[in-house]
Ligand binder design. Sequence first.
Ligand code: HEM
Length: 189
Amino acid sequence: MTLLYQFALFLHIIGGFGLMAAITVETIGLRGLRQATQRTDALVWLGLSRSIVMRLTPSSLGLILVSGLYMVATVWGPRGWILVALGSLLLLGVIGAFGTGRRMARIGLAIGRAQGPLPAELREMLGSPILLMSLRVRLAIVLGVVFLMTLKPSAVASLAVIVLAVALGFLAGQIPARRGRNELRADVG
Ligand code: HEM
């Protein structure tokens, strides 16, 4: 194992940390946005998402891909777990773009137009179960891929792991998020 390979593995793992950090910040940002009642609060959470998640996610995925492809080209060649990991990376991008990206773009525009208290229609958009589902399925896929990376199973077993991860993420997405203080207050009042 050359020093360059070891460095590529180091960068690859840093990319994995980056991806987990981005998912964590996205989760916190979504929770904050759902609790916001005023435009100014919503803008703070939206800014967090835009400044961190939208930069960290693509850069981490890029780092994982470039370093991963280097390790594949120099040592591993095309193995089952690698091909499934590549497909999973694509799936992460698709779910992120269609499940979250497009919705968040619309939400961003609506927050920009809002004045003072957030309108009910916007709060409804923020409460969309798809946003939480997208997050949980992506988190499950990332954990599934880390499982593949460490155990390096056959193609069929790797595919089964990712299908199971997607199913578990989907099931977890059905569990409603803990309700925010504002939602609870609204019920009481
Ligand atoms: C969500 C995406 C990914 C994450 C979080 C991830 C994470 C990791 C981690 C933590 C390891 C270290 C495992 C160990 O040393 O036992 C690893 C190894 C590896 N990854 Fe990934 N990976 C991802 C995607 C990919 C992709 C798409 C490829 C191929 C293009 C790839 C290629 C490799 C290779 C070849 C190794 C083996 C390194 C070795 O054992 O020497 N990874 N990955």
